[in-house]
Ligand binder design. Structure first.
Ligand SMILES: Cc1cc2nc3c(=O)[nH]c(=O)nc-3n(C[C@H](O)[C@H](O)[C@H](O)COP(=O)(O)OP(=O)(O)OC[C@H]3O[C@@H](n4cnc5c(N)ncnc54)[C@H](O)[C@@H]3O)c2cc1C
Length: 442
């Protein structure tokens, strides 16, 4: 028997299907689950929430990676999290790898986010492999003498800061094609200056307004844009010779829209916005009242975790109001001013508040607001987990997946009219899909 939704049966709770358990997806799922009015099903290809804000710390600090892979098992009280690769998202249902019948919904929230090359994000769907990957990279960084980072956006800057803080003797060069770090003419000049000076104080050579000619470089894996072994690169304008034995290419994210391209929503992907999904002022996908897009996949606002969370809260309250017939909510209010906190290792950084005055913060404030803890314990709390307790227990036992298992099983059978086998199969998670060329990987 296939998986059917609850649309026909008004006695049952409406099914909210959320595709993507990143910052936006988990926040939306949690907010809706809490109301008790919905049966929330969150689907993600990974078995864990990936706290990628702290991923670069995991590249240098031993055992830190354990802190950024957070189990989903306590996220939802009423609904459930299903591990599956979504192949097609369509207004008629969501097709997952390993099942013929699409999963139907009353409301759909698309939160597929974006991919970033390792170590910014990681493609592995299971925790042990992801942990091993970070461990492996840390050894490579330890052994390298000369490191080149291509791209001076937030990820390139933070990676340089992490490496320079933990390995002060390494020769690190960062090359960026713009005339300032980050994106020129977006932030106050003071932010660019503070970041550049901060990096230089850590011993990083910053080369601006130039590019590294990567020629025909290919990568060992499509999702890992780093190059191992001795290389000499020539910059295109300044013709600076850079000798390196480990090179990271930190040049941007890729929008996870493959599953949308495979269905009719392809018509709403905006080619002028990197293929993000067009939404209206209520964050509804254009042309649909019950389909929403939030976070990096949405055409609204910048690609930032805190904005994905803000959009998630809005969509959760929108759906609740509509379902409880409380009238049309106000339009979503996008952030008006750009803002960003960029770390320079665990002790430094600089930031600009996303407010009219655009106040700039230096290393002391940014250290305590972000760099020291990287919001890691807050993220565990937001998934209803206690970080230290969970990490201590992972050596001896797996997280408690059984808590509330029977309740979830029954809800799944009842709300989605599944057979016992279907429901058990979904709760167990479907087999992971092998990475293909050009696949969205995170
Ligand atoms: C290294 C790094 C550091 C960053 N630091 C910050 C920061 O300090 N502050 C900040 O605000 N932002 C930061 N960002 C940006 C932030 O991470 C993104 O804006 C945020 O992750 C977007 O959240 P999201 O929920 O839209 O998607 P994501 O977090 O990308 O999550 C998408 C989820 O969807 C799942 N998925 C995708 N496709 C499928 C599919 N077909 N089937 C099943 N599951 C699927 C993925 O597995 C993933 O879990 C950083 C980004 C990087 C790369």
């Amino acid at each position: 028997m296939g998986i059917t939704g609850s649309r026909e049966n008004k006695e049952k709770k409406p099914v909210v299907l959320i595709v993507g358990g990143g910052y936006g997806g988990v926040q939306c799922a949690k907010a809706l689950d809490k109301t008790g009015h919905f049966f929330v099903v969150l689907i993600d290809r990974k078995s864990y929430f990936f706290h990628n804000i702290a991923a670069l710390r995991a590249s240098v600090e031993p055992n830190y990676a354990q802190q950024i892979l957070i189990p989903y098992d306590r996220l939802l009280t009423n609904g459930c999290v299903v591990q599956a690769e979504v192949e097609v998202i369509s207004p008629d249902g969501v097709k997952v790898h390993g099942r013929e019948e699409p999963i139907q919904f009353d409301y759909l929230v698309i939160a597929t986010g974006s991919s970033y090359a390792f170590p910014g994000k990681v493609a592995e769907t299971q925790q042990p492999q992801a942990l091993a990957h970070y461990d492996n990279l840390r050894h490579k960084i330890e052994q390298a003498k000369r490191i080149l980072i291509i791209g001076g956006g937030p990820v390139g800057i933070e990676l340089a800061g992490e490496i320079a803080t933990d390995f002060p003797l390494k020769d690190i060069t960062l090359v960026h094609s713009s005339t300032t770090l980050l994106y020129p003419n977006v932030f106050k000049q003071e932010l660019y200056t503070r970041l550049q000076e901060g990096l230089e104080r850590l011993g990083v050579k910053v080369v601006l307004n130039d590019r590294v000619d990567l020629g025909t470089t290919t990568y060992a894996h499509q999702h890992e844009k780093f190059i191992e072994g001795d290389q000499t690169f020539l910059t295109t304008k300044g013709k600076i010779d850079i000798k390196t034995d480990l090179t990271f290419v930190c040049t941007g994210a890729h929008v996870n829209n493959k599953s949308l391209k495979a269905g009719p929503l392809v018509a709403e992907l905006d080619p002028n916005k990197e293929g993000r999904l067009n939404v209206n002022e209520y964050l509804q996908v254009k042309g649909y009242t019950n389909i929403f897009a939030i976070g990096d996949i949405s055409s609204k606002e910048d690609k930032l975790a805190f904005l994905a969370g803000k959009q998630a809260e809005y969509v959760a309250s929108f759906i609740t109001r509509v379902e409880l017939k409380k009238g049309m909510p106000e339009e979503y209010r996008p952030l008006k001013y750009p803002g960003m906190f960029v770390t320079l290792g665990r002790n430094g950084g600089a930031g600009q508040m996303p407010s009219k005055g655009a106040m700039i913060f230096g290393s002391t404030i940014v250290k305590y607001a972000k760099s020291k803890g990287m919001f890691t314990s807050q993220q565990w709390s937001s998934l209803n987990q206690k970080m230290n307790q969970a990490i201590r227990s992972t050596d001896t036992k797996q997280p408690d997946h059984n808590s509330g298992y029977e309740k979830k099983l029954n809800s799944l059978k009842h709300s989605m009219e599944l057979t016992e086998d279907d429901a058990r199969q979904l709760l167990a998670g479907l087999p992971a899909k092998e990475l293909e060329l050009g696949q969205d990987f995170i």
